[in-house]
Design a protein around this ligand. Structure first.
Ligand code: GRF
Length: 201
């Protein structure tokens, strides 16, 4: 299956996916890396792995929908069947989400529905919660919403700083994301009444 990974920044999750593909534990082809930032370090990771990149500047489009339509053209041209958001800092239009219904997956650094938004790690840390985690979910029209595929808890210990918590969360992300995408590629994720059912092998 051909998948596209959408990025805006560092791309450590993209790297984890690239590494899983080369190890053979993720049986997919990362056929395209889409970035809305031309200086994203993730683009270097893609180039080093020989993956085609597509950089698109939101400022050149007058609406979210026209921006998404341009991305959609690039995806369809390459026959992309799965869209993997890995630190992509843009909200997708309803048009895009509907067009690729149940084909867009996101990773979020908290146990959703807790701590939605862009400062989830800091918010969990500041809240005094003893646990947070990682969520991988299908994307729907609402922010950090949609059927949950996998979740894993991360303890917040008294010795943690925001930085050590961040490290622990990323470590879990890098392990969990390839696993979730492999389940998707195998066609084992079924959505029944807005819940994800993982089919046995
Ligand atoms: C991750 O923490 C992910 O959960 C969030 O954005 C971050 C991306 O990090 N959506 P990276 O660019 O993959 O290093």
């Amino acid at each position: 299956m051909k998948i596209a990974v959408f990025v805006s920044g560092n791309g450590t999750n993209l790297q984890a996916l690239i590494d899983s593909v080369s190890k053979g534990t993720l049986k997919a082809e990362i056929a395209l890396v889409v970035s809305d930032k031309e200086n994203a370090f993730a683009l270097k990771r893609a180039k080093d792995a020989g993956i085609e990149t597509f950089v698109i500047d939101r400022n050149k489009f007058d609406s979210r929908e026209s921006f998404d339509k341009e991305i959609s053209k690039a995806l369809d041209k390459r026959d992309i069947k799965g869209i993997i958001l890995a630190g992509f800092m843009r909200i997708l239009s309803e048009y895009f989400v509907r067009k690729y219904k149940n084909k867009i997956i996101n990773i979020h650094p908290s146990l959703l529905p807790l701590f939605k938004g862009t400062s989830a790690i800091k918010d969990a840390y500041d809240s005094g919660a003893k646990k947070t985690g990682v969520t991988i979910h299908f994307v729907d029209e609402k922010l950090d919403n949609g059927p949950i595929i996998l979740q894993e808890t991360v303890e917040i210990s008294k010795d943690d700083t925001k930085e050590t918590l961040e490290e622990k969360i990323h470590k879990v992300e890098h392990k969990l994301y390839p696993k979730a995408i492999q389940l998707f590629v195998e066609g084992r994720l079924k959505i029944v009444e807005k819940k994800v059912k993982i089919e046995e092998e």
